[in-house]
Design a protein around this ligand. Sequence first.
Ligand code: IMP
Length: 214
Amino acid sequence: MPKAVVVLASSNRDKLLELKTLLAPLGLDLVPGETFGSIDVEENAESYVGNALLKASAWSDFTGLPALADDSGLEVEALDGAPGVRSARIAADDDGRIAWLLGAMKGHKNRRARFVAALALVAGERSWTATGCCRGSLVEAPRGDGGFGYDPLFVPDGVTKTFAEMDGEEKGSYSHRGIAALLLARRLDDPFVLQYLLDCNRTSLGGSDHEGFP
Ligand code: IMP
């Protein structure tokens, strides 16, 4: 059975690595978007699902292939849900994001927070989405070297390690992105969906089944 090619619409290398591992059971041929070039997508939707659909649609239009995108963020109770969908834009890099969060949390006793991730797959006229959420607490000082973003400050419920102190597999077993990937995998686990993705590949890859891309 040939594998359907799906473009992974993200320029964030850490996210790409996580998604490749998490989505491996889908049996798709996941190709990083940068293989095809780069596009700028304005993430101006009000929701994670909306932004994930914007990114996946733009990459699918750009490449002519099915595309999968993720949009995610951290929501902090004491900050009324901030930084939320603005989690990436709050500062220029991860050090800046962590410094912003530590500053914003000064004096707050309530350290509860949650990560949310939405995944969207767009192919031809169809789309599938899934959202995952991971609740936990923020520590007072960064711990660990792994992961990315706010990982050194976040401890999921039920454990004592921050996400940055876990390897990718352990993080994926708790994480918002891991849960979203599981849900999406269930939605795509249907021979008709695979056939539809292969048909989309055929339309865009010049009429023959895909045999290794590019
Ligand atoms: P976007 O989904 O590319 O808009 O970026 C979401 C931002 O939320 C990232 O840049 C990170 O700062 C943060 N974020 C999302 N998921 C995670 C995660 O798993 N760990 C740490 N930070 C995350």
